[in-house]
Design a protein around this ligand. Sequence first.
Ligand code: IPE
Ligand code: IPE
Ligand code: MG
Length: 248
Amino acid sequence: MTASDQARMAPVPRHVAVIMDGNGRWAERRALPRAAGHRAGARAVRAIIEHAARCGIEALTLFAFSSENWRRPPDEVGLLMQLLLEALDREVTELATNEVRLRFVGDRSRLTPLLAGRMAEAERRTAAGQRLDLMVAVAYGGRWDLAQAARQLALETAAGRIDPAAIDEAALAARLVTAGRPEPDLFIRTGGERRISNFMLWDLAYTELWFTDALWPDFDDSALDAALADFAGRQRRFGRTAAQLGRA
Ligand code: IPE
Ligand code: IPE
Ligand code: MG
């Protein structure tokens, strides 16, 4: 057993990745505009960050806006970007105080210079945080990430810096925007859908999946506790047999 597999068998996940889904339905059930659901969803984010840090989770990735979400009506896209800006203005100081390191992953070329600038500033201001590694996926798609990593490899190969024969899994993984973090141990999706929706396609290869019908604005500390309890009872085998793990 490799040391990294062993680390991944710990009862508390090192890295939790979350698809925060169901804001629109949360609002529709209250006869409110979808915007109200997105605002409520933004409030739920704050609580989960604090609770994750308390639970000893090292890294938390939150899917905020996918490559495919650009297909939504322009008004909704604009609102989501506005909410992100507002959340940065409101939260970054406290994240820095609480030792949370914030980083964004995704295709920043599609964002306005104002938002991209604020994101870079938030990353700078929280760079020293060591308590929780928070990654927010914005304009992110798993396929986009794989394609951009392949493009980097092609450029480096064309420039003679890499031998094509040396391109292996580690070489590709090192060029993903998610490189440098442990792969997610636990994936959580709220909102009832049982799908991955183009999230972290490479990284989730051996992640434990947990789905809940709870809508994202209703996801609270006890919901995270339920996911963590379920995770603690999973047997992760990474291809081996139960007997090899010594706990058949
Ligand atoms: C998740 O909630 C937020 C984003 C995808 C940005 P949705 O907006 O997808 O909510 P539903 O799925 O329509 O309820
Ligand atoms: C996934 O939710 C993306 C985010 C939560 C950011 P969607 O609501 O966009 O997913 P699909 O399109 O229903 O699969
Ligand atoms: Mg949705």
